[in-house]
Design a protein. Structure first.
Length: 451
């Protein structure tokens, strides 16, 4: 349908559209406070958990004050960007968003959202969930200063895990012989719980990937070694430049011992180092101060893994549904307004995906996972959807974008009759699927024509 006509804004000018964006941006705080009361307050969120993560999108143009070069999560090198942090409830439902300069570090963004949750939203007891680069030791100290009622859930980095495994440390590989999830303690983390997990599927995948990268690097180096041996490539500088280019391509330099002279090139694997790295395959350690009576070990692991919901939200915001990137605005408030609109659209999309699950391949009742370390499984109903691919009425299930495309065929047309100047407006007749989609969200299909 012509949305502008149905909303009565078909004649809106560019200036009016920008004025509406500015109006919305000026009400961001009030909107987010209401969403926080609805989804983060204890009545709706008894675990008092909130998820937070950071992403980035590139800017077109060079005069936006928020634009800066930084780590691009889109792999878009050589461009200025903005960063934005998304705060959600434990199910990944967007609640608030903050826009930062493009070179903002994860911990700095976490400090801002922590202050937002505590001061602006007035939530006095929360458990903040963030990844290992977000909630650093310094940020943990900041959390501890908030009335002693804030907790966190994060994970340890590889060097810290290796330290726990050193010598007779609390994390021994023998733990994973009988169980893939074990709670341990360490004097380095007083008053905290450490939950060690080992995912054998992930371990196997990382080992396979490492071997593929090592073998691929060796295959690419073989012709270079042959050229050096045949005397067609000489000089330590030239040989080193070529070998470094190949080894750096797959970021495998740390795993090879390279010996170069003016007339020779020898490359060997650092087998001891490779084996040392392999000890960590599939192992991760969750860190939290929340007591076991309030949060079981498996629940702590599940909470951390729920950060996948924010990754899903970012995917919807940036590419699948909403196309946030690239950003073309120059003024800071317009950039923030643009990101806010995308966040609110993601909130709407979250609810539409839930409401329209019966029409799509979405798992309507995903089973509770008794062991969060093992791979998740779909419910029998979702497996039936995938195998049958159509409902009881013979209508094929669609993806969410496919359903939106089908709803887009519900259009307003103008019929022109030969020999007359009159145009007759006509609405297409809705299909049964379109009728059901509107019924599922409790909204009638617009059947009136606005002139």
């Amino acid at each position: 349908m012509r949305l502008g006509a149905d909303l009565g804004v078909a004649g809106a000018t560019t200036d009016e559209a920008y004025a509406a964006m500015d109006w919305l941006e000026g009400r961001q705080d009030a909107i987010e406070r209401k969403l926080a009361r609805r989804h983060l307050a204890p009545a709706a969120n008894p675990r008092r958990m909130a998820l937070f993560d950071l992403s980035s999108s590139w800017l077109e143009g060079s005069h936006c004050p928020l634009g800066a070069r930084g780590y691009s999560r889109d792999g878009k090198k050589g461009t200025v960007q903005i960063e934005y942090g998304l705060l959600t409830d434990p199910q990944g439902r967007p609640v608030a968003v903050r826009v930062f300069e493009g070179n903002t570090a994860d911990p700095a963004a976490f400090t801002v959202i922590l202050d937002t949750v505590h001061r602006e939203f007035g939530l006095r007891k929360m458990v903040m969930v963030g990844d290992r680069g977000m909630i650093t030791s310094a940020r943990i100290e900041a959390v501890k200063e908030l009335d002693g009622k804030y907790g966190w859930i994060t994970a340890r980095r590889a060097p810290a895990i290796r330290k726990l495994m050193a010598g007779q440390g609390p994390l021994q590989l023998s733990l994973s012989d009988e169980q893939d999830l074990a709670e341990i303690t360490s004097p380095d983390f007083p008053g905290e719980r450490l939950v060690a997990c080992r995912n054998p599927v992930l371990a196997g995948e990382r080992a396979r990937k490492r071997e593929d990268l090592l073998a691929g690097t060796e295959n690419d180096l073989a012709p270079v070694i042959a050229r050096v041996a045949a005397g067609r490539l000489r000089g330590a500088a030239a040989i080193g430049a070529k070998a470094g280019e190949i080894i750096g391509k797959r970021k495998m330099a740390k795993h090879f011992e390279v010996t170069i002279t003016d007339t020779s090139l020898a490359v060997e694997r650092k087998q001891a180092q490779i084996q040392d790295e392999a000890r960590l395959d599939g192992i991760y350690v969750i860190r939290t101060p929340v007591s076991g009576t309030d949060l079981g070990a498996a629940e702590a692991v599940t909470a951390y893994k729920n950060l996948k919901y924010i990754e899903r939200d970012f995917r919807h915001i940036k590419s699948d549904d909403l196309d946030l990137r690239p950003v073309f605005h120059r003024l800071e408030k317009r950039v923030k307004g643009h990101v806010l609109i995308c966040m609110l659209a993601a909130y709407l999309t979250w609810h539409l995906r839930q409401a329209w699950a019966p029409l799509t391949y979405t798992d309507e009742e995903p089973p509770q996972q008794p062991n969060p370390v093992t791979p998740a499984h779909r419910s029998p109903a979702a497996e039936t959807k995938a195998s049958r691919q159509h409902d009881d009425n013979g209508r094929p299930y669609l993806s969410f974008p496919g359903l939106l495309a089908h709803l887009g065929t519900l259009t307003r047309n103008e019929l022109h009759f030969a020999g007359t100047a009159a145009a007759v407006p006509v609405l297409t007749e809705p299909t049964s699927r379109q009728c059901e989609a509107f019924d599922l969200i409790g909204a009638p299909i617009p059947l009136t024509l606005r002139q």
